[in-house]
Ligand binder design. Structure first.
Ligand SMILES: Cc1ncc(C[n+]2csc(CCOP(=O)(O)OP(=O)(O)O)c2C)c(N)n1
Length: 892
């Protein structure tokens, strides 16, 4: 019985007509089957809109389960044992959080989220989540982050974590000191590299990542690199988490790509941190419409088995109708209150409702389960999801936040942050889940694990064996891929002999060459967010094709051209459209393939540098956590080099942010030859030497003559700087990075020609790498006062002596990060302030990073050292026509 039928006011005659139509549908389904019924409904829908009736189907169904009791398969497990196991996991998870907070109040942690998700996870662990092993690649599972205590508690029962480990939850520093593992607050592969695969702690990142992992499995399949047909991606996320733009932004892509290898379970406990997710509405309805509209298969898992009997008795539809108009804020209150309250305030709303529960005790009403707490219903939903073809599935599972925490937390506004339970609440929890614990064990929060040969543990291991092993588990075994010699693909750059090109052009040429390498070529994954043409990569469209799961169903407009837009199922380029969040998620999927699929891939994501760390910085941070390996190429880089594009496009800060990511190696090369060295080094580190780091390199669109690489500078380029010209006895030392090296070189010439000052010029390829090593050396020297002092590369290049002037196309803070490690006078010029559109020359004058300002800075430093007369600076200002009363770039 459908509650919506009652929305129309009608007479008895109308009712009869409605009943006839409904009976006709029922007999159609019974006699001709659901497929025929769907066909006829489709036809009616078409007629309904075509004939001017102007009818559209609602994007919603009544507030009941999508899978009826009749459709659900028999539960294949031992329900009682699984429920006992779930209760134990619940207890150990709770004990872990409460114990940690009793010992150290500041550690934090969550109980209520896992309490709501426990059954959703347990059914997955016992029946669906397959592990990777020698025979199969296994499933990928994204865990709701604040459910981590439950995942640890299960690993404890499985014998993968010890009691000592649990006792060191959120004590990642103290744990190892006590001979235990410290357990991360949330899933962090960086901190628990053999356990967690995917970082999900920042809301929204898990959802979008799971889509692109599922998509990448298809990519590997279609390109013939790996058979991923049997593997599945599972994601358990929060209903509040669905608020994040990242959670929602790739839903249509998942449907378009037909990702039936993806299932999301949205834990709809109707609460987020502060309160209800949609107090005045219903999040499940909203998500049903949204996912359904995007093309997903939607399974609503709203009510547990006990409701089946009530719904069967609901002959006048009043139960369904009442459920379908009760808002979430009210459902939360019902969750927080006992059976007597629910009898009075929910079932007491009408006579027919009250009748439904007449024979039930308050206790029984209290125990009426929501769908996400009923293993049989959960199993039915997962089972159906795994059988759907051609689209991803979302299971909207209604649960109670803090389920089983009783008065202390279930459905309470404050339950998210509840981490302490008093004696009474603990005993109530023990009783509620029938835990085999004495009062004393309960009060002292003892962890509990049944005997090794107990029915429970034998069952648990047997289930995991059947599913191929234990999850979560992260591996890092993948055969190395050898990198071809640089001379082959980058000889044109290392021996450029003054040929004009931009570093972006040089990159594209190197990439094109590398793609032809038999071993490495197929492992390369070029990724763009609708900017391939901007970076001169259109030639690759035809050469290697753009990946499309369906090929190309149209004749491209430019079919005759050698640059023709070619989509193909085995296409290599991932063209993600105008979504940097999608593109970086795709990059992460490829950059973690060595671990997730045991197959080393090499992704190059090239994008407008401004739309990287600034726009999707948190996704990059998660990539770092996940030990991603690949290249991020910030193109059209440099606040004064991009020219006309202006304030929102000119990047002056990405190198500052990149420097804060510990395993990101960031470079700002000036010349194509320098870039070749960085590319070669990075590829060897990641593909041959198994180092968990990734590379961020800025590329520019300014054309200029490219010098050949001087001999023997490779190691220095990687360390961050090398001498381009001049001698160590010069009066001043000039450092430039990126395109502004050329301004430094021009300034050296002016210093000599106009002021007879000698200078030494360095190309700084990475201020952050120089600073990192100098920091390390400084620390070592401080901690080893009696040993011979170490010297950093920076110290080697720039010993105490002549003044140093540095210039970059980034904010001053970038070169300043190495300032405290220098023993000489240090002046920094940079591009602080908002960018704006103009010519490069005008911009470099405006930001005071051009040759004239470098000369003035060098002369000023020499004056301050008493080596030149003060009047020299004034002369320079006049000679070069420098504006002295203009506001600073960061003020205007
Ligand atoms: C990007 C981001 N913003 C905020 C948070 C803080 N935070 C952690 S959990 C949470 C509420 C989650 O609610 P929901 O997704 O509904 O999950 P529940 O705990 O209710 O199952 C918030 C706001 C975060 N982790 N990440």
């Amino acid at each position: 019985m459908n509650g919506f039928a009652h929305a129309v006011n009608h007479t008895a005659q109308d009712q009869q007509e409605l009943d006839e139509w409904r009976d006709a549908l029922a007999s159609l389904v019974a006699n001709a089957g659901p497929a025929r019924a769907r066909q006829i409904l489709d036809l009616l829908a078409q007629e309904g809109s075509a004939s001017g009736i102007n009818w559209k189907p609602r994007h919603g169904t009544p507030y009941i389960n999508s899978i009826s009791a009749l459709q659900q398969p028999a539960f294949p497990g031992d329900l009682a044992t699984e429920e006992r196991l779930a209760s134990l996991v619940r207890w150990n998870a709770l004990a872990m959080v409460v114990r940690a907070n009793q010992a150290y109040g500041e550690l934090g942690g969550h109980i209520a989220s896992y309490a709501s998700a426990a059954d959703l996870f347990e059914v997955g662990f016992n029946h669906f989540f397959r592990a990777r092993n020698a025979q199969s690649g296994g499933d990928l599972v994204f865990y709701q982050p604040h459910s981590a205590p439950g995942i640890y508690a299960r690993a404890y029962l499985e014998g993968r974590l010890t009691e000592q480990d649990l006792a060191h939850y959120r004590q990642e520093i103290g744990g190892p000191e006590d001979g235990a593992r410290g357990l991360s607050s949330y899933p962090h592969p960086w901190l628990m590299p053999d356990f967690w695969q995917f970082p999900t702690g920042s809301m929204g990142i898990g959802p979008i990542s799971s889509i692109f992992q599922a998509r990448f499995m298809r990519y590997l399949q279609h390109r013939g690199l790996q058979d991923t047909t049997e593997r599945h991606v599972w994601g358990v996320f929060g209903d509040g988490e669905m608020d994040e733009p990242e959670s929602m932004s790739a839903l249509t892509l998942a449907a378009r790509e037909g990702l039936d290898n993806l299932t999301w379970v949205v834990n709809c406990n109707l609460q987020r941190l502060d309160g209800p997710v949609r107090g005045n509405g219903r999040i499940i309805d909203e998500l049903e419409a949204l996912f359904g509209g995007a093309g997903w298969n939607v399974i609503k898992l709203v009510w547990g088995s006990d409701w089946d009997a009530l719904l069967a008795k609901d002959t006048d539809g009043s139960l369904v109708e009442t459920l379908s108009r009760t808002v979430d804020g009210q459902f939360q209150t019902f969750a927080a209150k006992d059976g007597a309250y629910n009898r009075k305030h929910f079932f007491g709303q009408s006579e027919s409702l009250a009748k439904l529960v007449e024979g039930m005790s308050d206790e029984q009403i209290d125990r009426l389960k929501r769908g996400g707490h009923d293993m049989v219903k959960i199993h039915a939903a997962y089972h159906a999801a795994r059988r759907v073809k051609g689209k991803p599935t979302v299971i909207l599972a209604q649960t109670k936040k803090g389920f089983g925490m009783g008065e202390a937390g279930q459905g309470k506004m404050t339950t998210h942050q509840q981490k302490k339970l008093d004696r009474e609440a603990l005993i109530a929890f023990r009783n509620r889940f029938q835990l085999p614990l004495s009062d004393e064990q309960t009060e002292s929060l003892s962890f509990f694990k049944p005997a090794h040969d107990s029915l429970e543990l034998r069952y648990l291991h047997q289930r995991r064996n059947a599913l191929g092993g234990y999850v979560p588990s992260r591996s890092q075994v993948a055969a190395p891929v050898s990198v071809p010699p640089m001379s082959g693909y980058a000889g044109f750059a290392t021996a450029a002999e003054g040929k004009e090109m931009s570093t972006t052009m040089a990159f594209v040429r190197m990439l094109t060459n590398l793609l032809k390498d038999k071993q490495l070529g197929p492992r390369i994954v070029p990724i763009v967010a609708d900017e391939a043409r901007t970076f001169g990569m259109a030639n690759l469209f035809k050469q290697i094709g753009i990946y499309s799961s369906v090929g190309q169903h149209y004749e491209p407009e430019d079919i005759g051209s050698i640059l023709s837009y070619r989509e193909a199922t085995d296409g290599q380029i991932l063209e993600e459209g105008i979504s940097e969040a999608s593109a970086i998620s795709s990059w992460v999927a490829a950059a973690t393939s060595y671990s997730v699929h045991g197959l080393r891939m090499l992704p190059f994501y090239i994008y407008y540098s401004m739309f990287g760390f600034q726009r999707v910085g948190d996704l990059i941070w998660a990539a770092a956590d996940q030990r991603a390996r690949g290249f991020l190429l910030g193109a059209t880089a440099g606040r004064t080099t991009l020219g006309g594009e202006g304030l929102q496009h000119q990047d002056g800060s990405s190198h500052l942010t990149a420097a804060t990511v510990p395993n990101c190696r960031a470079y700002d090369p000036a010349f194509a030859g320098e870039f070749a060295v960085i590319l070669d080094h990075g590829m060897r580190q990641m593909l041959e030497h198994d180092v968990d780091e990734f590379y961020y390199v800025t590329l520019m669109n300014e054309n200029y003559p490219q010098p050949s690489l001087p001999e023997g500078v490779e190691a220095a380029i990687i360390k961050g700087m090398y001498r381009l010209q001049g001698n160590p006895d010069a009066q001043v030392r000039l450092l430039g990075s990126g395109t502004l090296v050329r301004e430094a070189q021009a300034a050296a010439q002016l210093l000599m020609d106009d002021w007879q000052v000698t200078s030494e010029v360095y190309s700084v390829t990475s201020f952050s790498e120089l600073a990192r090593e100098a920091r390390e050396v400084e620390r070592w020297n401080r901690l080893h006062p009696q040993q011979a002092k170490r010297v950093s590369h920076l110290g080697d290049c720039l010993p105490k002596g002549a003044p140093v002037v540095a210039v970059s196309d980034y904010v001053r803070a970038v070169p300043q990060m190495m300032g405290s490690y220098l023993n000489s006078s240090y002046t920094v010029l940079g591009t602080d302030g908002f960018g704006r559109s103009d010519t490069r020359a005008a911009l470099r004058d405006f930001f005071e990073v051009d040759r004239h300002h470098i000369v003035l800075a060098a002369l000023t430093a020499l004056v301050e050292q008493g080596r030149l007369a003060p009047a020299v600076c004034q002369q320079a200002i006049e000679q070069y026509g420098l504006q002295v009363e203009r506001e600073a770039s960061w003020m205007s």
